[in-house]
Design a protein around this ligand. Structure first.
Ligand code: NAD
Length: 314
């Protein structure tokens, strides 16, 4: 059984670690957010005093952090992962980051003779809780095989996507499709309501029809339809608007760099920007539904009962 360091125990990390612990691994975790840390401790994670302390004896180091800047901050410097990882450890990043940050992790690891794999995931907090995430692994084949074994308890599907940064490339393109489809759910749900349809009946129709999609099945933005959707918990984040905007922005930037026209992604991104401009970046990304409602109000969302604090998605 392996000793694993886990850096970043938020919505995803706190749920994913449980499967490693159930599989018999020892997990040492770090997260400056006390609520996140407490949730992880409840599933068996041992709190570590620092990144350096967590990684010192770890066979594998996993980062599950909001953005590229957070990943760079924990890898670099005298207290970081590179300076403190033990000889022979494998490092992998499951955060969704920009291609440059992922390339930087590969290059910096290679220069130090440490194995690194980009290992982003898809499947949301439900997939994290159920151990059914899809992992996309980019990097050297031998390192990918080591990571494949470790992540098995958290995974429903594991794809070796090719060389360095191909995992993150797959993830960015996938998530762009996700947030365009989420925008479609927002618009469809509100149009159906205004046309007099019962929400459950409409959802059942779509489930059996061509409007069916992953966000329609998992994040449908109307309460009482999909059990674990944010619409049932006042749109508290399962996937924050901040992080969704980050992801779709990565796709839009990659498209601009390579001459790919992405008008659908830009339209979906603009709706997320509206939420963030309103100070709602910490709420669930599916709250974009309110911009499709004729009066801006939607069932399941009461701004008076906002249990979350401003900031990155907790
Ligand atoms: P989150 O914001 O809920 O959790 C991130 C955690 O990282 C927070 O608890 C934060 O306190 C912690 N953190 C920040 N800086 C840190 C540091 N220096 N050291 C240790 N911990 C630190 O985000 P999340 O929803 O868990 O997502 C994590 C990553 O996974 C993001 O890149 C996101 O885009 C991606 N992702 C999210 C989902 C989802 O459905 N939420 C699905 C797939 C991928």
């Amino acid at each position: 059984m392996a000793t694993i360091a886990w850096i970043g125990l938020g919505n995803m990390g706190s749920r994913m670690t449980r499967h490693l612990i159930d599989a018999g691994h020892s997990v040492f975790g770090v997260d400056p957010n006390e609520a996140a840390m407490a949730q992880a401790v409840a599933v068996g994670v041992t709190p570590a005093a620092s990144v350096a302390a967590a990684v010192a004896n770890a066979d594998a180091v996993i980062t599950m952090l909001p953005k590229g800047e957070h990943v760079r901050a924990v890898y670099d410097g005298p207290d970081g992962i590179w300076a403190n990882a033990k000889q022979g450890a494998v490092l992998f990043d499951s955060s969704t980051v920009d291609l440059d940050t992922s390339g930087w992790c590969h290059t910096g690891s290679q220069e130090r003779g440490i194995a690194f794999v980009d290992a982003p995931v898809s499947g949301g907090t439900a997939g994290a809780a159920d151990g059914t995430l899809a992992f996309m692994l980019g990097g050297d084949a031998a390192a990918v095989e080591r990571v494949r074994e470790l992540i098995a308890p958290m995974a429903g599907n594991i794809f070796a996507t090719g060389g360095p940064t191909t995992g993150i490339a797959a993830k960015i393109a996938n998530n762009m499709m996700l947030f365009i489809a989420q925008q479609a759910c927002a618009e469809g749900s509100q149009l159906a309501e205004q046309l007099g349809l019962d929400a459950q009946v409409f959802w059942d129709v779509v489930t059996a029809s061509s409007g069916n999609s992953w966000p329609q099945q998992t994040w449908y933005p109307v309460p009482g339809i999909v059990e674990r959707a944010a619409a049932n918990q006042n749109f508290d984040a399962t996937f924050s608007a901040d992080l969704a905007r980050k992801d779709i922005g990565l796709a839009v930037q990659a498209g601009a760099d390579r001459g790919v026209a992405l008008p659908g992604a830009q339209a979906a991104m603009a709706q997320l920007d509206r939420l963030i401009a309103e100070g709602l970046g910490h709420k669930d990304c599916s709250l974009v539904v309110k911009y499709s409602s004729p009066d801006g109000k939607v069932a399941g969302y009461d701004p008076e009962f906002d249990t979350q604090t401003e900031g990155v998605s907790r």
